[in-house]
Design a protein around this ligand. Structure first.
Ligand SMILES: [Zn+2]
Length: 377
């Protein structure tokens, strides 16, 4: 992975490369920030740069022996620690056994979420973690001499998922880092790390991807253009994982939008017959999409509230959605926002508990009809 493979984030790339060139990169770096910003990709690029035999100012050479191994993620001096899932926690399995999956996931794209990784592991909705047994492996790897490069790099993805014993052992290593070794921690929740670990690393915040860079990424990855490109780039809020989700569910989103608009229209008219038909349409989505629709509706209510209190620039809606908001937003205000959200939440809970969807949605439409009467123009 090279820096040029990561979208945007030019300030951070410059900062990292300069630190390496000037020989002042600290032995432990923590790249932190929200999901989907390219932190893990930046960590891999930094590892390749550190090991490159012919570093340039604008990146690794890309063709030396070291770079060739880095590109395939098989460099013997680059190690990875990441959450895994074991049937029985006493098993001695470590990340080493999961390297083929790890490599193939990263080579597909370094932009993925913890949930997507769990799916990859087929953990069956169980949360993967970094087990205690991993710490001995970390120590062992650092007590051997580098094979190829003149340094060793260990990337720890999501150290916040580390078991406590493992975190304490890592701390010991960070206190007295072996010579020519670099730790790159990549975290989405640095607050969950031991404060003693955080105090031993240089923390670098990786911000959401700038909208302009996001547009470039979306054109490159999905061939998006025009309004669709502008919409996704805006709504994804600098998160490339979220953008992928939006692109993949674009047809769902259109359906949810139409369903949301008709719920509001029908409830506003107070037409019970149409409410019944609407609840049948919502029922037809099937359970999983019913839940997604309700989450979508909550988001729309929130965005319309923000729009209504005249913060149009901080509302995140597509052009269709903000077109609708122009007329609809005044109906979501401080008198009813809390109830709107709690009714939608309750509907979600009921669907989750397998209450008959037609009844849940009809009931919801009736409540929305009442809430829409609470107008403050
Ligand atoms: Zn190279």
């Amino acid at each position: 992975m090279q820096f040029k493979d990561i979208y945007g984030q030019s300030a951070i790339k410059q900062r990292l490369m300069k630190a390496v060139m000037e020989g002042r990169l600290p032995h432990a770096v923590l790249l932190c920030g929200p999901e989907g910003t390219g932190k893990l990709g930046l960590a891999l690029a930094l590892a390749q740069y550190l090991c490159c035999e012919d570093k340039r100012e604008d990146g690794p050479c890309g063709c030396c022996n070291s770079c060739r191994m880095s590109a395939k993620l098989v460099h013997p001096d680059q190690h990875y620690v990441f959450p895994i899932y074991k049937e029985k926690s006493e098993e001695t399995t470590t990340c080493e056994s999961f390297l083929p999956q790890w490599r193939s996931r990263l080579l597909k794209s370094p932009y993925f979420s913890y949930d997507q990784w769990n799916e990859e592991l087929k953990s069956d909705n169980k949360q993967s973690i970094i087990y205690a047994s991993e710490s001995d492996e970390i120590i062992r790897k650092f007590n051997t001499k580098p094979y190829e490069a003149d340094c060793k790099v260990m990337i720890i993805w999501l150290p916040e998922k580390m078991n406590e014993t493992c975190a304490n052992k890592l701390l010991k290593v960070l206190e007295e880092p072996p010579e020519k070794s670099y730790f790159i921690l990549v975290s989405e929740n640095p607050e969950a790390l031991l404060s003693t670990i955080v105090s031993r690393v240089q923390r670098i915040f990786v911000p959401p991807i700038a909208e302009e860079d996001m547009r470039e990424a979306l054109t490159h990855l999905y061939g998006l253009t025009g309004n669709e490109l502008a919409d996704v780039a805006h709504v994804a809020k600098g998160n490339l994982v979220a953008a992928e989700r939006i692109v993949e569910t674009a047809s769902d989103a259109k359906e949810y939008f139409d369903l949301f608009v008709s719920l509001m229209r029908i409830s506003y008219m107070g037409d019970a017959r149409k409410m019944k038909t609407w609840s049948e349409d919502a029922h037809a989505l099937g359970r999983k999409r019913q839940l997604s629709f309700l989450a979508y509706a909550q988001n729309m209510i929130r965005e319309n509230f923000i729009y209504n209190i005249h913060n149009k620039e901080i509302s995140y809606m597509t052009s269709d959605e903000s077109g609708f908001a122009q007329k609809f937003a005044p109906y979501v205000n401080e008198l009813n926002i809390a109830q709107f959200l709690s009714e939608l939440d309750l509907a979600q809970q009921h669907i989750g508990q397998n209450v008959q969807a037609k009844i849940v949605f009809f009931d919801l439409a009736m409540k929305v009809a009442v809430l829409l009467r609470k107008i403050k123009m």
